[in-house]
Ligand binder design. Structure first.
Ligand SMILES: *[C@@H]1O[C@H](CO)[C@@H](O)[C@H](O)[C@H]1NC(C)=O
Ligand SMILES: *[C@@H]1O[C@H](CO)[C@@H](O)[C@H](O)[C@H]1NC(C)=O
Ligand SMILES: *[C@@H]1O[C@H](CO)[C@@H](O)[C@H](O)[C@H]1NC(C)=O
Ligand SMILES: *[C@@H]1O[C@H](CO)[C@@H](O)[C@H](O)[C@H]1NC(C)=O
Ligand SMILES: *[C@@H]1O[C@H](CO)[C@@H](O)[C@H](O)[C@H]1NC(C)=O
Ligand SMILES: *[C@@H]1O[C@H](CO)[C@@H](O)[C@H](O)[C@H]1NC(C)=O
Ligand SMILES: *[C@@H]1O[C@H](CO)[C@@H](O)[C@H](O)[C@H]1NC(C)=O
Length: 388
């Protein structure tokens, strides 16, 4: 490692050592190895490595920086990787980015957003390579599941901070986190376990209640199945529902929205529902299920309903011939360890099992030292539609 030299650049610190695998390797603990490290000049494109199926888009027009990929052994049967963009002109801050869904991959595109502001940015592959809706990597891989749950993120953040400090010969003045959906969950989970890790966490739409969210995904999908049933709402009619909810294309307060599903009821002799913009009584029954909380046995709150105004996102959850893989594969590959499990066999015991196993200890419900339970989350539920 070369000796540090620091230029008097005001708030901007200067680089302290070489952007080479050897330099980085020399400061890493045992079990961590440099996969690659090299400098990129201003205006460069970083070519995302083949295999990063979750985040394959290569960021362009980068500022001058050093890119590093480090692999870390997390157990006898697992490892995770993380990437770092270390800008030449550094704002003395560290910013970690989260993932989405079950996506396993280093999110270089998001890292590029922050590095333009001068942040040293980091993203982890969470211990596996997969696209967002693919959970098959988890089957009978308990250590990989723990990496995904919280260990890879925390391990990456910890080590990345050390690398940043060594690289600039200066600790980051502030440490931040930003992520959405699973990324939001990862941020909350990390500060619940390690409250001093960040000065600020931006947790967008956090998918925090993993054991209920993923299982509800199956339940929700079943409301609109099978596809040949009279109650099935085909994807072509989702915009019809959306238009009735949104009226003037905007909804500021979904929970205050005064929606009357029966306004969509088809008149007599309709042959083309899409053209007529209407739903049958059976399909309106499905709407009531979608817009109502998942309450087991009429008394146990399981999960809040989709909001009015969410219709444009229904195709992802409600359009296929089976419930989303985010639910079905979670049950098959993390809970039951049985890929032959049939989603038609779904029942509430699946939720109970998820609460018991808590795969990867991923659920971010450890809100304070008194360990409040997710029951508090029932405040999410407000609008309750009468069941038909
Ligand atoms: C993901 O794929 C890359 C490229 O093939 C590989 O280097 C890395 O080790 C893989 N990550 C994990 C956690 O298996
Ligand atoms: C399925 O395997 C995971 C580890 O991969 C384990 O935590 C879980 O308890 C298993 N499920 C059952 C029902 O045995
Ligand atoms: C609907 O169809 C029935 C049977 O063909 C017919 O008797 C009735 O007049 C039609 N109603 C309307 C409103 O067109
Ligand atoms: C039903 O109406 C829609 C919208 O007007 C049209 O695109 C579609 O082709 C029609 N379907 C049939 C079977 O006529
Ligand atoms: C569910 O509970 C409500 C309110 O207590 C009650 O009015 C309704 O009859 C119950 N429904 C069933 C199916 O038990
Ligand atoms: C609920 O589902 C589980 C797992 O598929 C199954 O073993 C159990 O028999 C089911 N229980 C009922 C009451 O159907
Ligand atoms: C899960 O995390 C909580 C802290 O949020 C901890 O108390 C608990 O022991 C962990 N459970 C397992 C099985 O690691």
């Amino acid at each position: 490692m070369r000796l540090a030299y620091l230029l008097p650049l005001g708030p901007l610190a200067a680089v302290a050592f070489d952007c080479t695998p050897t330099a980085f390797q020399s400061i890493l603990p045992q079990g961590a190895t440099v996969a690659f490290a090299y400098p990129l000049s201003e205006g460069s494109t970083f070519q995302v490595p083949v295999g990063d199926v979750a985040y394959p888009v290569s960021p362009t027009k980068l500022p001058e920086l050093c890119v590093v990929h480090i692999q870390v052994t997390s157990s006898a049967t697992s490892h995770f990787g993380f990437g770092l963009f270390l800008p030449q002109t550094w704002n003395e801050r560290f910013l970690a980015y989260g993932n989405g869904g079950f996506a396993g991959g280093i999110n270089y595109l998001d890292m590029a957003a922050g590095v333009h502001y001068g942040f040293a940015t980091m993203s982890t592959d969470t211990g596996h390579n997969s696209t967002s809706g693919d959970v098959t990597w988890a089957l009978n891989k308990p250590e990989k599941i723990v990496d995904w749950g919280y260990r890879a993120m925390h391990g990456s953040v910890d080590l990345a901070k050390q690398v940043v400090e060594a690289y600039y010969n200066c600790k980051p003045k502030y440490n931040y986190y930003s992520g959405c959906s699973t990324g939001g969950r990862q941020g909350i989970r990390d500060i619940q376990l390690y409250p001093d890790g960040f000065d600020g966490v931006l947790a967008g739409a956090p998918a925090w209640w993993t054991s209920h969210l993923q299982t509800w995904t199956v339940k929700l999908g079943l409301y609109n199945l099978p596809v040949d049933a009279p109650h099935h709402i085909p994807i072509g009619l989702f915009p019809v529902v959306g238009a009735e909810v949104l009226v003037d294309t905007i909804i500021s307060d979904p929970q205050g929205c005064d929606f009357f599903p029966e306004a969509l009821l088809c008149g007599p002799n309709v042959t083309n529902q899409t053209a007529a913009g209407c739903l049958t009584a059976a399909q309106i029954g499905t709407l009531y299920l979608i817009y109502n909380d998942y309450v087991e046995n009429n008394q146990t709150f399981v999960f809040p309903h989709l909001e009015l105004g969410s219709e444009a996102q229904w195709p992802f959850l409600l359009s296929a011939a089976e419930p989303s893989s985010y639910g079905v594969q979670y049950v098959q590959d993390m809970l039951l360890n049985d890929t032959s499990w049939n989603f038609w066999d779904y029942n509430y015991t699946i939720v109970e099992l998820a609460d018991k196993i808590q795969p990867g200890n991923a659920t971010a419900y450890d809100y304070d030292s008194r360990r409040s339970t997710p029951a508090a989350a029932s405040s999410f539920s407000t609008t309750v539609y009468p069941t038909l």
